[in-house]
Design a protein around this ligand. Structure first.
Ligand code: NAD
Length: 483
């Protein structure tokens, strides 16, 4: 068993409780590591370490901070194979996905914000004949970063990097379901000499460690990514304490396929946008609306392509989908498939756990679901309104632009959307009217780290990415000078 440890005040430490949670490899269903079951006492230690480090870190010259973040990026890159294997083992995602996306992107997050801090500027406003205002952008102090299990290091670093770059000290909590790469990150931070207390990683349950971070009076801002219900709870605690809050929450993203799209390319891309990472990416499209005139042709081509996807051992080079992250999540997804049937949906493919005959011996007890396509459901039914967060999509025909916009916007969420058409006027028009924070036209998941990232409605409050994150992690202070 691998024993993971907290990273507090520059050292790897046991939780004060000396208790650990079993960490399961979803592909095998076997426990392979012990994750600290920390509590509010460990959060307090992490807070004190961060508070003590703040005075010096916030005054560290920008170039030194930049170099430190670059060294962290290099440190991850040097241990790429180890990070890739850990992320895949912890989450169940195909090894090749962790290698192509998760870990390189975590490296980029550190490099991007290392560079950003060198270019971040604040404003000044001159009042002719009166004086000048200049705005300071000061670090907040100790901030909390809480992240989910689906893109573990990718989303963890997406918060930590801008928080550190802007001079804050951090108390961070990765998901207890996927803690491994955050532990490796703490080893990298020690190896590259990150000053003690600047970053503290406390492992454990959301209800203990997460809650303690959110409730702590000294932690002045919370950057959270996770489910909408958890976000609601966090907001209820943090808002009366007047904390700064960034909430990146759930989604139920629409995919709008118009008859004039590039048919073959659209089918191919929409399959990827539906089932990458087992459909466990907050940006995956799960409600596919197809213009009526091509509905049947699309359905056939789409289902044919989905049936070619290979589900299996994440270590196999030809697996397109790996394991679902946990048994509990697998059961939740299967219960939604059952609900879809009760609501009158027709299962066009998948709809069940991967059969024993399709599994290798190593993964016979793991959590695998075949990619599932359903049609025949109303856009208002529960299956089409609630987030499933797995390899399950629905197909729904539409007749007009107005109708598809109405259906796309009918959910409580508003994270992302994709539009597939060759009519650019229409693409812009629909993009403007769709209720989402991120819209891709004829593409999916193309990311430029400078752009705002986040959702509207129940998908969140605030934005990450680019200057948005730099602004979130700093307090503006206006200073007026009479001339
Ligand atoms: P979750 O809300 O259960 O957990 C997220 C994190 O919050 C974990 O670290 C968890 O331990 C912690 N947590 C749980 N209860 C807490 C509490 N009371 N106080 C503080 N922290 C607490 O979410 P999850 O199941 O890990 O992740 C899946 C969800 O995340 C999905 O809804 C998905 O859409 C969403 N997500 C959103 C984005 C985005 O950018 N909008 C990105 C990825 C995932």
């Amino acid at each position: 068993m691998i024993q993971l440890l907290n990273y507090i005040n520059g050292s790897l430490t046991e939780p004060l409780s000396k208790q650990y949670i079993n960490n399961i490899e979803p592909a095998t269903g076997q426990a392979y590591s012990h994750c600290p079951d920390s509590d509010e006492r460990d959060v307090q230690l992490a807070y004190e370490a961060a508070k003590n480090a703040f005075e010096s870190w916030s005054k560290t010259p920008l170039e030194e901070r930049m170099l430190m973040l670059m060294r962290i990026a290099d440190g991850i890159e040097k241990r790429m194979d180890e990070f890739v294997a850990a992320e895949s083992k912890d989450n169940g995602k195909p090894l090749k996905l962790a290698r192509a996306v998760d870990i390189p992107r975590a490296v980029s997050n550190f490099r991007f914000y290392a560079s950003a801090i060198q270019h971040f500027a604040s404003e000044s406003h001159q009042m002719p004949g009166v004086g000048v205002n200049y705005t300071l952008r000061q670090p907040i102090g100790v901030v909390g970063c809480i992240s989910p299990w689906n893109l573990p290091l990718y989303l963890f670093s997406w918060k930590i990097a801008p928080a550190l770059a802007t001079g804050n000290c951090v108390v961070a909590k990765p998901s207890e379901i996927t803690p491994y790469t955050a532990y490796l990150l703490s080893q990298v931070c020690i190896a590259v000499g990150l000053p003690k207390g600047v970053l503290n990683i406390v492992h454990g349950l959301g209800s203990k460690v997460g809650q303690a971070i959110v409730e702590h009076d000294g932690i002045k801002a919370i950057s959270f990514t996770g489910g909408t219900e958890t976000g609601k709870r966090i907001a209820a605690t943090a808002a009366p304490m007047f904390k700064k809050l960034s909430l990146e929450l759930g989604g139920k993203n629409p995919t709008l396929v118009f008859a004039d799209c590039d048919f073959e390319e659209t089918v191919k891309q929409v399959v990827t946008a539906s089932f990458s990472n087992q459909g466990e990416i907050c940006l995956c499209g799960s409600r596919i609306f197809v213009e009526k005139s091509i509905y049947e042709k699309f359905r056939e081509a789409f289902v044919t392509r989905v049936k070619t996807l290979k589900v299996g051992d994440p270590n196999d080079a030809d697996s397109n989908l790996g394991a679902i992250v946990s048994e509990q999540h697998k059961n939740k997804i299967l219960s939604y498939i059952q609900l879809a049937k009760e609501e009158g949906g027709k299962i066009l493919c998948g709809g069940e756990e991967l059969g024993a005959d399709q599994r290798s011996d190593r993964v016979k007890n793991g959590y695998f679901i075949s990619p599932t396509v359903i049609d025949g459901l109303s856009y208002t039914c529960q299956t089409n309104q609630e987030e499933i967060f797995g390899p399950v999509v629905t197909l729904t025909p539409f007749e007009s632009e107005e109708e598809v916009l109405m259906m796309a916007n009918s959910v409580k969420y508003g994270l992302s959307a994709t539009i597939w058409t060759n009519d650019l006027k229409r693409a812009h028009r629909v993009a403007e009217k769709i209720e989402a924070g991120i819209v891709w036209i004829n593409s999916w998941l193309v990311r430029d780290l400078r752009t705002p990232f986040g959702g509207v409605k129940a998908s969140g409050v605030g934005r990450e990415g680019g200057w948005e994150a730099m602004r979130f992690f700093t307090e503006p202070k206006n200073v007026f000078v009479k001339t």
